[in-house]
Design a protein around this ligand. Structure first.
Ligand code: NAD
Length: 523
């Protein structure tokens, strides 16, 4: 009797978070698929490194042309899968990638070429030192769903231009956007095996971490980042970890309330608050507190919550129910501990299952989860402070240190406070947008991560530094080689005095004692 053999193949289901409509079902890459992808990448990478930076820059230029041509199509694909308003997909994703490509086209050749290392020590003057920047080989990239295009694309472009092959494991919630990136790169001339996408879940990501990649760039939550760090330590895999944040915004007593309130509302609600650099904590000088809250509430009530494809949408849905529940828990905890809800504070089921009203909370404290844990939702919690010192202390009272902002009319005062805040980036009189400045490094301190992406320092993460030293006198034994003895020790003592003694007389006597060094008898 014949029996049907049923094998459960895990599937990745891509869903529109605004409507719940299934967009596509995709196969989930298993461990063997990941290992095979990494092996193909390794086999192809040598040729990719060989073609040189200028040729790779030409391919980036073609990628940029194609992306510009398809900008609206890509923005809509992002909105379909991640929910954000199309205009945000254009500005915070497509524009960011177009500009990051511009940065690499303009700078990669200069930043990646060999660099002379002049020697200051007299004993090594006859050598020529150089720094070489060599690709790691295969770079694994694991990315989140909140910026499903700009995060993997900026990291991928830097890895590729430096001569690496890339295997990308996108978030299971935004696989289709990653496949759009793949099509664009391949159409621009990046060989199939040099950029591959392993669609999958956490297990697929874990398989990539355990594969023979040479470096990993991970962007995601602190919990996953810690798991990855442990796995990476097992085999000393170099990692960049871009993790969560709880970014503070300080509004000083001389701030322009009209400007600062607009910044707070945009910084808290852009991408429905699902931004690693979101304003997650807002501290306002007590003299402006009520005025500021009033302005924020007024502006928040004017925001239109809608499906991202609707052109009037300001705020879209959250990505999934788990995220919505977390936001709800944080707001309920704050309410129970005495926070005032001035706007929102509840779900928006009439719009769809994943929608939450943009929420303004007043009188929050650091005893509340909303001020300690990453909320990642459309909530602006506001707290009063009495002095600049207190504001800085509150800003630094967090396990995270991704970014921060200071609002003041006095730029030097803003800079003084910015220098005291523990964060990877601090903006004075702006929020969030440092992510879109292609020249600026993106990184966090404390639990917000290790290493950096973007700009010059992000590019440096994609290469191994090799120091090359060429001796200018191949026929000469080096003076520090064997042939030791009391005479040599005295000569070296003299040499040290010649180089480092403070008085001119001692230096001169040192030079006389060292003179025999060059023609001494050696092994
Ligand atoms: P997440 O940690 O749940 O997932 C991130 C990625 O890791 C996904 O692709 C996921 O499939 C994969 N993954 C899950 N478990 C894994 C494992 N054991 N091994 C390897 N990979 C695994 O994060 P998320 O919910 O997708 O993203 C939201 C988080 O990302 C927030 O905390 C946010 O602050 C953070 N984030 C940080 C930055 C930054 O630049 N610092 C930027 C965007 C998002």
């Amino acid at each position: 009797m014949a029996t049907d053999l049923q094998i459960d193949v895990p599937k990745i289901v891509s869903v529109n978070p605004a409507t719940g409509t299934v967009l596509r079902e995709l196969g989930c890459a298993g461990e063997n698929d990941v290992l095979a992808a990494v092996a193909r990448a390794r086999a192809a990478q040598g040729m990719w490194a060989e073609i040189g930076v200028r040729r790779r820059i030409a391919i980036l230029r073609e990628f940029q042309r194609r992306l510009h041509e398809k900008k609206s199509e890509i923005a809509e694909a992002i909105t379909q899968e991640a929910g954000k308003p199309v205009v945000e997909a254009l500005t915070t994703e497509v524009l960011v990638v177009l500009d990051a490509t511009r940065f690499l086209i303009e700078n990669a050749y200069r930043l990646l070429r060999d660099e002379p290392v002049p020697h200051g020590n007299l004993a090594t003057k006859l050598k020529r030192g150089r720094l070489l920047r060599e690709p790691y080989g295969v770079v694994g990239i694991i990315s989140p769903w909140n910026y499903p295009f700009s995060i993997p694309a900026t990291e991928t472009l830097a890895a590729l231009v430096a001569g690496n092959a890339v295997v990308l494991k996108p978030s299971a919630f935004t696989s289709l956007v990653a496949l759009e990136l793949k099509s664009l790169l391949h159409a621009a001339g990046v060989p199939q095996d040099i950029f591959q996408v392993a669609v999958g879940d956490g297990a697929t990501g874990a398989a990539l971490v355990h594969s023979q990649i040479d470096k990993l760039v991970f962007t995601g939550s602190l919990a996953t980042g810690k798991r990855i760090a442990v796995a990476a330590a097992e085999r000393l895999l170099p990692v960049v970890l871009e993790l969560g944040g709880k970014d503070p915004m300080l509004v000083l007593d001389d701030a322009d309330v009209e400007v600062a309130s607009s910044a707070a509302v945009w910084g808290a609600f852009v991408n429905a608050g699902q931004t690693c650099l979101s304003v997650e904590r807002c501290y306002v000088h007590r003299s402006l507190y009520e005025l500021f809250l009033e302005a924020c509430v007024d502006k928040t009530k004017k925001l239109i919550v809608n499906h991202g494809l609707e052109h009037n949408a300001d705020v879209g849905p959250l990505i999934h129910q788990r995220q919505l529940q977390l936001v709800e828990e944080h707001v309920e905890d704050a309410k129970a501990r005495g926070a005032r809800v001035l706007a929102g504070g509840s779900r928006f089921p009439e719009m769809g299952a994943n929608f939450y009203h943009p929420t303004v909370l007043a009188d929050v404290t650091h005893a509340m989860r909303i001020m300690r844990e990453e909320t990642f939702g459309p909530v602006l919690p506001v707290m009063a402070f009495d002095s600049d010192e207190e504001a800085v202390r509150l800003a630094n009272d967090s396990e995270f240190g991704l970014a921060a902002s200071v609002f003041t009319r006095e730029k030097t005062r803003g800079e003084r406070l910015a220098r005291q805040i523990q964060a990877g980036s601090v903006m004075v009189n702006d929020v969030v947008s440092c992510f879109g400045i292609s020249e600026a490094p993106h990184s966090g301190v404390k639990s917000s991560g290790i290493g950096r992406t973007h700009g010059r320092f992000g590019l440096e993460e994609m290469v191994r530094l090799k120091y090359l030293d060429i001796d200018g006198m191949p026929g000469m034994k080096k003076v520090w080689w064997y042939g030791y003895g009391a005479k040599f020790a005295a000569q070296m003592d003299g040499f040290l005095n010649f180089e480092f003694a403070r008085s001119a007389g001692e230096r001169l006597r040192g030079a006389r004692r060292a003179i025999g060094l060059v023609n001494r008898k050696q092994l």
